[in-house]
Design a protein around this ligand. Structure first.
Ligand SMILES: [Zn+2]
Length: 73
């Protein structure tokens, strides 16, 4: 019983990181999770996508407040 990565595919092929306070745990579906080192290329790409996604949400929110000010009053 390792407590992690018991099935193939749970370990990142780039960084092969395991649970550690310095690594990041990324949920990719229940009960499936993957660990990455902070500088893992896959993890960096994921973070870029998350930041791009949250920026889009903020822009949509700003647009909605401009077009429908009453709805947000
Ligand atoms: Zn990784």
């Amino acid at each position: 019983m390792q407590g992690w990565a018991e099935t193939e595919g749970e370990v990142c092929s780039d960084c092969t990181a395991g649970p550690s306070p310095k690594n990041a745990c990324v949920g990719v579906g229940t009960p499936y999770q993957m660990w990455h080192t902070p500088d893992c290329p896959q993890y960096v790409i994921m973070r870029i996508n998350w930041e791009a996604g949250s920026r889009r949400v903020e822009q949509q929110q700003a647009w909605a407040e401009e077009v429908f000010p009453a709805a947000n009053a």
